[in-house]
Design a protein around this ligand. Sequence first.
Ligand SMILES: Cc1cc2nc3c(=O)[nH]c(=O)nc-3n(C[C@H](O)[C@H](O)[C@H](O)COP(=O)(O)OP(=O)(O)OC[C@H]3O[C@@H](n4cnc5c(N)ncnc54)[C@H](O)[C@@H]3O)c2cc1C
Ligand code: SF4
Length: 479
Amino acid sequence: MSASSSQPADPKYAWWELTRAAQQKRSAEERVADFLEIYGPYDEETARAQARRCVQCPEPACVAGCPLGNRIPEWLALTAEGQFLEAAALLHSTSSLPEICARVCPADRKCEDMCILNGRAEPVSISAIEQFLNEYAFQHGGVEEAPATPNGLKVAVIGSGPGGLTCADVLSRRGYAVTVFDWRATPGGLLVSGTPAFRLERSIVERRITLLEARGVVFRLGVLLGEEVGYGDLRDGFDAIFLGFGARKPADLEVPGRELPGVAHVLDLLVQDHPGTAVGQGRIDVRDKRVVVIGGGDMALAGVRTAIRGARLVTCVYRRDEAELPCSRREYENAVEEGAQFVFLVMPAAVLGDAAGGVKGLQLRRTELGAVDAQGRRSWSELPGTEFEIPADLILLALGFAPVPLPAEHLFGSLERNADGSLRVDANLMTSEPGVFAGGDLVRGPSTVLEVVRDARRAAQGIHRFLLPRLVDLAESAT
Ligand SMILES: Cc1cc2nc3c(=O)[nH]c(=O)nc-3n(C[C@H](O)[C@H](O)[C@H](O)COP(=O)(O)OP(=O)(O)OC[C@H]3O[C@@H](n4cnc5c(N)ncnc54)[C@H](O)[C@@H]3O)c2cc1C
Ligand code: SF4
C-alpha cells in the first residue's frame, strides 16, 4: 500500500487510516522450486508511508524489545521525511550487520511484537522498512567502506560467523589490523552454513565480507584453531584475541532406532550446497522422500522449508502446541503455505526400521501442557499409552545445540568455566586470560544473530578498552 494523497496533518495518526502493507512475496508454488529470497523490498513511497504509522512513543516498547537497542522510532521518523541515508546511518550506529539482521531477526517475536499498535491495529512494519533502508544505503553510497587510519595494533578473530564479523567491523573502524580465522573455506558461519538462502541469500553475506576486506580486514580461511594455528602463534602475532567459534554440537535424540541410517541432524542437510531447485546433491537426499523434522525452533523451520524444496511430504513434529512454537511466526506461516504439515503436542518414542535396515516411520507419544515454567513457557509431560505412528523415509533432528568443546590445546582448554560448563567471561566479555575475549554462541550457547551481534560489539569495545593504554604508549612514542 502506498501513501494516500490526503495524509493527515499529524503523522502520529497515520496508523489510524493506513493499514500495514505486506511485503511483496512470491507465490508458494514459485518459491518451492528455487532457493531465492521470497520477499521483495518496499519501494520509497511505501517505506515513507509505512514509517508514518509509527506514533513516536516517548518510551518506545519496540526499542526495549530489540536486543541491539536499535533506535527504531528515530529512524522511522527520518524515513517518513524521506531522509533515507540519515535513517540508515542511525541503523548502522547500533548494528554491525543491519542488512543481515533485518532478514534473519524474528521481528514478529521482538520489536514488532512489542509495538504499541498491537491490539489496536497491526504493528509498524519495522523489519520491512529496515530492509528497505539498508538496500537504499548500499545502492546510494551510504555504507562506510573506507579503511580507517591504522592504529598500530593487531587483533585475531577466531570464527567468521556474525560474532566474528561484528567484532571485525567495530575494530577495523577504529584502525586495528584485524585477521579473521575460520576453518571453513567460506566465511559467514551459520549465516551461510545454517541459514537457508531463501532467508538470506549468500550474496548479502558476501557483500558484507567484501566491505570488511575493503576496510582492510584479512580473512584466513581453511585454518583450524588448535591445529594450523595455535595459541602461541596468536599470542605472538596479535595484541588481543576474540574467540567466536560458535556452538555447533547438535543435541541428540535418545530413543530406540536413533542409530538407523535414515536419521540425521538438520544441520547436515542445511550445510549442503543447493545449486539446483531440489535438495539432493549432497550426502542427504530428500528428493521424493517423506521427511519428518523433530523440533519447533528456527533451526527446525530452516530444515522444514529446505526439505520441502524437493521432498514428497514434510512433517514437523513438536512437543508443545502451535501457540508455543519458538520459531518466527512468519517462518511458520511460510512453511504452511509451502505445504509443510505440523503435528503438535507429540514426543518421539521410537524410530521404526524396515526390513532393509532403513527408516519406515516414527512412533510418537502425545503430550499435554502444564503450568508456565520459570522461563515463561508452558511445561509439558508425556501421556503414556497414547502412541501412534507416522510414515517417514528420513528423520531430521533439530533439537538445538550443546556447547562445543574448546580446542584441545592447553591454554584454551584451561580457560575458566562456569558451573554449567560455559566459558566464563567478565562484563567486557574477557575470559580468565587477559587479552582473550569471547562471545556469541560459544559463550551464551545457541542463540540468535542479534544477541550475537550485541555480544560481539560489547567484546570489541572491551578489546578497545583493554588496548587503550598500549595505544596511548604508541601515540606518545610517536611524538
Ligand atoms: C539452522 C539454524 C537456523 C538459524 N536461524 C536463525 C534465525 O532465523 N535467526 C537468528 O537470529 N538466528 C538463527 N540461528 C542462530 C544463529 O545462526 C547463531 O546464533 C549465530 O550464527 C551464532 O553466531 P557465532 O558467530 O557465535 O557462531 P557461528 O555462526 O556458528 O560461527 C562460528 C564460526 O567459527 C568457525 N569455527 C568453529 N570452530 C573453529 C576452529 N576450531 N577454528 C577456526 N574456526 C572455527 C566455524 O566454521 C564458523 O564459521 C540459526 C541457527 C541455526 C543452526
Ligand atoms: S512501539 Fe511501535 S508505534 Fe511506538 S515507537 Fe515503536 S514502532 Fe513506533
